[in-house]
Ligand binder design. Sequence first.
Ligand code: FAD
Ligand code: NDP
Length: 532
Amino acid sequence: MATLTLLARIVTLRSAHAKLLEFSWPRCNTFPYGRTTMACICSDQKFMYDLLVIGGGSGGLAAAKEAVNLGAKVAVLDFVTPSPRGTTWGLGGTCVNVGCIPKKLMHQAALLGEAIHESAAYGWQVPDPNIIKNDWQALTTAVQNHIKSVNWVTRVELRTKKIEYFNALGYFKDQHTICGKMKNGEEKVFTAKNILIAVGGRPRYPDIPGALEYGISSDDIFSLEKAPGKTLVIGAGYIGLECAGFLNSLGYDATVMVRSIVLRGFDQQMANTIAQEMERRGVHFIYQAKPSKIEKQADGRLLVHWVDKERQTHQDIFDTVLFAIGRKPLTEELKPENIGLQLIPETAKIDAIDEQTNVPNVYAVGDVLHKKPELTPVAIHAGRLLARRLFGNSTEQMDYVNVATTVFSPLEYGCVGLSEEAAIAIHGEDKIEIYHAYYKPTEFFIPQKDVSNCYIKVIAFRNGDQRVLGMHFIGPNAGEVIQGFAAAIKCNLTFPKLKDTVGIHPTVAEEFTRISVTKRSGLDPKPQSCCS
Ligand code: FAD
Ligand code: NDP
């Protein structure tokens, strides 16, 4: 009797489920698909995949890999629309192809150039370092070869893990159905129980004459065939500063055009110190200026016009103009209207709650998320945790607070937690203590490198447990330094515990354990002796 009741319940549930599907999910032959390859799925109304990921970048691939590890059937769609310059690349997304990885390799090239100059002071018998030049073609070839190897390894990994990969541009047909447009124009249809949007973003271009025709972006710089020459970088965020920084170190004349402030959102004292250090190294800055027009001259060089804050116009000639004015999420291309997916009107980003969009089976991670850091480890971690929640019974949510980051400028600036401005705004000046110090990296002494911008700052509560709220570090290997302290902050590091930590001597990271001068005291934060 009990078995019969159970069977009856199952039948009722199944027919209810089928009705629901019929209601929300039109039959295939009602789709106006045109030249569509229909996979064998719709007649029995089953989904082809447990998870379909749109976007094979940092977040999408991390989620896909975690999901298959947990037994889900997964497919990934990835497609790169060529940049206005025609640049395109392989599987892996922004970070691998036109972001973190090529940027870090060019940063390394910049540091090596510096090291060559310093090495003579350490006894290396280098030929006159002043005649040593970087070969742009050799550098870009090496960088691109590395990227191609990563593309290849990524494809092999997907195959090994049995993640189905399609080089197709996806858009929503309905909330369980994605159309994927292949390179040859053919369309495939995919259905999935869960869909993950991980499409990232692409560089913005300003709406001024000549921008699209003659400008380039970070999508192009790492594979540029011809050396960039005298370069104008427009935008003073992460990308603008990093690109100008490595170009200058590689021997090219680099200018940053700043619309308002440098590194908006970062601690402004640290940001200005970075700009000062870049200027000291030879990068030019044009402040409070906006480009108005770019024209190509008969000799192929670019005449750039800009307007300053007094509305005065100026012009100069450059070989390359690189736009680094922020990135646009690729959400509108997904036809969000077909599923009623809500986007933030001003930014076209997705305001997901715990990575779930307003369409319950549609999720989002990475750069497409509203008010979340646009960083690779953020996309990866969020993607992984989401897959565990969907397929592994996990309840762990992504914590977007206190994410550490570094600007490779090329003297690096790493930070975690609150800026001085944010700490004051949130907690009030009386409640916080700002510790700061200048320091001298040991390795700077022999080549007599300038230490004037090697500076650190710790922000902590003034009373109670004196919990550390923010840590900021400008100096060599800031990324490596700040990563460990980020873990400490995650464990609720307090200022007394920081002071009780025995340093590793001689390192630059130990400077955090030696810090003692508060801004409030007005005492000189200039370096103490090396070993006391
Ligand atoms: P992405 O990695 O951008 O991947 C999205 C993928 O989806 C892309 O391949 C895209 O072509 C594809 N796609 C888009 N639309 C569709 C569609 N409709 N159908 C199919 N496929 C589609 N972060 C750091 O943490 N550290 C750094 O040092 C760093 N440096 C950077 C330097 C530069 C120059 C840039 C541009 C970015 C840098 N970032 C860095 C940021 C980092 O690259 C991004 O945060 C990260 O790649 C975001 O991952 P994602 O998965 O959201 O998107
Ligand atoms: P950002 O948003 O960081 O900076 C954009 C810059 O362009 C700002 O200085 C902004 O000025 C300026 N700007 C915006 N619009 C215009 C305009 N119309 N004319 C002139 N200037 C303009 O964007 P990025 O492109 O530098 O970087 C995008 C994201 O990529 C970053 O937020 C970061 O998360 C990620 N990234 C991370 C890196 C890392 O981890 N090391 C490295 C590179 C990128 P204003 O302040 O006035 O708005």
